[in-house]
Design a protein around this ligand. Structure first.
Ligand code: PEP
Ligand code: MG
Length: 588
């Protein structure tokens, strides 16, 4: 890549979200929705471009009407009105005329003319004081995104974004943006929003895409095509890197690649401590595309299969048969190891299960996890039956997310029983001993772990949520990232209490939140008594090697010491010291 000698190096600091170094030109996606490519058109092509605009709008209106219908059928009321408002926007002659006028006057391609007009509306609305009107900007963004997507019907000669590999810079990215990234094109990404434990960051780590988030208010004005380096280890974006910076990062890349290669060679080694204490290292997965990565990571099973990406990425929730096929594929690929399939965890920072009529005031405290499944029994039943079908083809377990108390487990287990009864009657094979577990990620569940343990076969601690709910700091909000501390004494006590309550009832406890993959904390988690660490596929060899470098006795002594500490910082440092002494070279 060419570097400019005239431009001084500029360094932005953010939060490291996915390790790795990426070098390339930046591409800046506009806030709210990406800017399409702009190009000049010939005057003779104006009617053609206006026709393309008309077609994209018609297509969008059709889709919106269908969504409106679907929502009204599901909810049986007029909640589909929101789409009516979207449709009206696309029928507003002021909007249509302005776009057609922009195409003709500026001789610009239709999608860019549309984009520019919508941006003007948005800017005007963002300045409005009235909170209701200001919120309507989300509607405009939604419609605009949809129309821009619909231009792509004839997109071969109108590519979106640059066709060279690049570093993507965005105000924010959704988990589905990350899941659908063309990984040959996007070398890494940087966002103004976001945090380490958002699903966007989790997916970036799963795919090995270097990412830095939380550059609050600083990078969106960077110019597209500026040469840059993204440092996913230290959380930096370096624009116009100096030649010395380039060579430093090339050296670092080579060192990391060497460590990676050595780690890959240890893939099949047993994961037990030097003094013979065995742990299971399994992988978290979100998408079927990750299956090969997971199967080759050396993971001894899948400790968390997040099914929301399978269920919510299309227009409709896949049928029982389609789900069963997906789960069976995973079970077969991982056999003879366990695959823990988590039932739908919609909501929070992930997609809602159905279009929401109004944004939830507190999505993380709202309609998500097992609450949604229990409220939609037909959907829950399909998923449960699909999981049971897969259990005939490998070692499958089911796990329920966001459990807050006993009655949710009772109702969920009821559904398992009913599905088993039905399937037995229908002669469909399944594992009648299918293990049933719950995520411990709500403080009430952790505190009452002794009451819940008799109802389950295993616990899996979801630290991502457990931390945010314990310290009341949103896991995706960079403004409170400093309060979101995995080693907060309250979090450590909840983990300890859960594991101990499990042991008392013969229930094993794993950890599947991002904390499990943070090798600074491996000594502490082993010492607290975790039996399984389920981590992103890229982290599997590293965590395995960390375990092999430790003594269980040291970890137990560390945990005892940690439980006497009062500050998160001291707890982190105690664990980090042992990690450094045992496998310092593995730490980023
Ligand atoms: C967690 O909360 O730690 C967890 C693993 O679930 P998710 O990240 O999908 O909310
Ligand atoms: Mg969770």
């Amino acid at each position: 890549m060419a570097t400019s000698v005239t431009q001084p190096e500029v360094i932005y600091e953010g939060i490291p979200a996915s390790p790795g170094i990426a070098m390339g030109p930046v591409y800046v996606a506009a806030r709210g929705f990406s800017a399409p490519e702009v190009y000049e058109i010939d005057a003779s092509a104006i009617p053609h471009e206006q026709e393309r605009f008309r077609l994209a709008v018609d297509l969008t209106k059709g889709q919106l009407a269908e969504l409106q219908n679907r929502l009204e059928n599901i909810s049986g009321n007029n909640h589909g009105d929101i789409f009516e408002a979207h449709i009206m926007l696309l029928e507003d002659s002021a909007v249509l005329n302005r776009v057609n006028h922009a195409i003709a006057k500026r001789c610009q391609n239709a999608e860019y003319a549309f984009y520019a007009v919508m941006q003007t509306f948005l800017e005007a609305m963002r300045r409005i004081q009235d909170p209701y009107l200001r919120e309507r900007t989300t509607d405009i963004e939604d419609v605009s995104r949809r129309v821009l997507r619909n231009f792509q019907a004839d997109a071969e000669h109108h590519p979106q974004g640059p066709d060279v590999s690049h570093l993507l810079i965005a105000y924010d990215l959704t988990p589905s943006d990350t899941a659908s990234m063309d990984r040959r094109q996007i070398l890494g990404f940087a966002t103004e929003q976001g945090s380490v434990n958002s699903h966007t960051a989790i997916l970036a780590r799963a795919f090995g895409i270097p990412a830095v988030v939380g550059f609050i208010g600083s990078i969106i004005d960077v110019t597209t095509l500026t040469p840059a380096i993204l440092d996913g280890y230290a959380g930096k974006l370096i624009l116009h890197p100096a030649p010395a910076t380039f060579s430093h990062y090339r050296k670092l890349q080579a060192e990391k690649a060497k460590i990676r290669k050595a780690l890959d060679a240890t893939r099949d080694a047993a994961t037990e401590t030097r003094d013979g204490h065995a742990l299971t290292v399994s992988a978290n997965m979100e998408l079927l595309e990750e299956l090969e990565l997971v199967a080759h990571s050396g993971a001894k099973g899948v400790g968390l299969y997040r099914t929301e990406f399978l269920l919510l990425s299309g227009n409709d929730i896949p049928s029982e048969a389609v789900q069963a096929e997906a789960y069976t594929r995973v079970a077969r690929a991982m056999a003879p190891h366990d695959v823990i399939i988590r039932t739908l965890d919609a909501g929070g920072d992930k997609l809602p299960v159905e279009p929401l009529t109004e944004p939830e005031p507190n999505p993380f405290l709202g309609w998500r996890g097992i609450r949604v499944s229990l409220a939609r029994p037909a959907m829950f039943r399909d998923q449960m039956r699909a999981i049971l079908r897969a259990s005939a083809h490998g070692k499958v377990a089911v796990m329920f997310p966001l459990v807050s108390g006993l009655s949710e487990i009772e109702r969920a287990r009821d559904m398992v029983r009913r599905c088993m009864d039905e399937m037995q009657e229908e002669g469909i094979p399944f594992d009648p001993k299918l293990p049933v577990g719950i995520m411990i990620e709500v403080p009430s569940a952790a505190v009452c772990a002794d009451l819940l343990a008799p109802m389950v076969d295993f616990f899996s601690i979801g630290t991502n949520d457990l931390i945010q709910y314990t310290v009341a700091a949103d896991r995706v909000n960079p403004h409170v990232a400093d309060l979101y501390r995995p080693t907060h004494p309250a979090v450590i006590r909840l983990i300890k209490h859960t594991i101990d309550a499990g042991i008392d009832h013969g229930v094993w406890t794993g950890i599947c939140g991002e904390m499990a993959g943070d090798i600074r904390l491996t000594p502490l988690l082993i010492g607290l008594g975790a039996k399984e660490l389920s981590v992103g596929p890229q982290q599997v060899p590293r965590v395995g090697q960390a375990i092999r470098s430790l003594n269980h006795a040291d970890c137990t002594a560390l945990a005892a010491e940690v439980l006497r500490q009062t500050r998160s910082y001291d707890i982190l440092n105690l664990s980090l010291d042992l990690a450094r002494n045992s496998y310092g070279y593995l730490l980023d």
